[in-house]
Design a protein around this ligand. Structure first.
Ligand code: C5P
Length: 237
């Protein structure tokens, strides 16, 4: 399957049209951005690591009954997947308080939340991805019905219920992560985008060390080694 035309270039991926209108190719870039594009850098090999990590996680989730857009990994930086109508809501799932939750609400960094928190952000760079409640999402027409918002929350919790113990067994705490969803050609809501250390926070259970994009956000270095570490744990069965 070949790339025919660039449809969209995001901060971490390019999305290409293929000869099949139902299939797209995502090209994972080495670029790194944080704080809505205010911090920028690049790390050779990061895109390939995220492609491989996402591939493994999409396969594992599919084996556990989660419908995703994933078809196959084509090469180091390219993934073939279904074409979907993207729902412009970033679904944030949190098990432990850190990042913007600690900053905005003053919850101490590292506090284990009494239950899994699911939040919606409006996927809109120009507005800085603001928080959304259900009424905002319906007024903006991001989905048609309340049922669809309920389904996004249900799927996000199901995915967390699979990923959290999976990573715990591999010595990592799944602190929080961001998911995106789309509607396939039959109108089913399915998981899209990627699942990688660019959009998840992983803390090593023993050392507490961050093995994710916080290394870049906090200027710590060692990003590629951290992503390789996550991939190696995923590949260990
Ligand atoms: O920054 P914040 O604490 O809200 O991030 C929560 C989680 O969502 C983190 O795992 C972060 O990597 C992810 N996220 C993301 N893309 C965004 C916002 C958050 O991947 N635009």
């Amino acid at each position: 399957m070949e790339k025919i035309e660039l449809l969209y270039e995001g901060k971490a991926k390019r999305i290409w049209r293929t000869e099949d209108e139902n299939l797209l190719i995502s090209e994972f870039k080495d670029d790194l951005t944080a704080f809505n594009g205010e911090m920028k850098s690049s790390e050779a090999g990061k895109g390939a690591l995220n492609n491989q990590i996402s591939t493994e996680l999409f396969k594992m989730l599919a084996n556990n009954g989660i419908q995703t857009h994933f078809i196959k990994m084509l090469d180091n930086n390219h993934m073939l997947h279904k074409a979907c109508n993207v729902i412009l809501i970033e679904v944030i799932v949190r098990n432990i308080a850190t990042g913007s939750l600690s900053k905005n609400l003053g919850i101490e960094n590292g506090t284990i939340l009494p239950f899994t928190l699911v939040e919606f952000d409006y996927k809109n760079d120009a507005l800085g991805d603001p928080k959304l409640n259900d009424q905002h999402a319906l007024i903006l027409g991001l989905v048609e019905y309340q049922d669809e918002l309920d389904k996004l929350r249900r799927m996000a919790r199901q995915i967390n219920d699979i990923l959290k113990p999976y990573f715990f067994e591999k010595g990592l705490k799944l602190v929080d992560f961001k998911l995106e969803f789309g509607k396939d050609k039959s109108g089913n809501i399915i998981l899209i985008d990627e699942i990688s250390p660019d959009n998840c926070r992983f803390w090593d259970i023993e050392s507490g060390e961050s093995l994710d994009k916080d290394r870049f956000r906090k200027g710590k270095g060692g990003l590629k080694v951290a992503y390789e570490n996550v991939l190696n744990r995923i590949l260990q069965h």
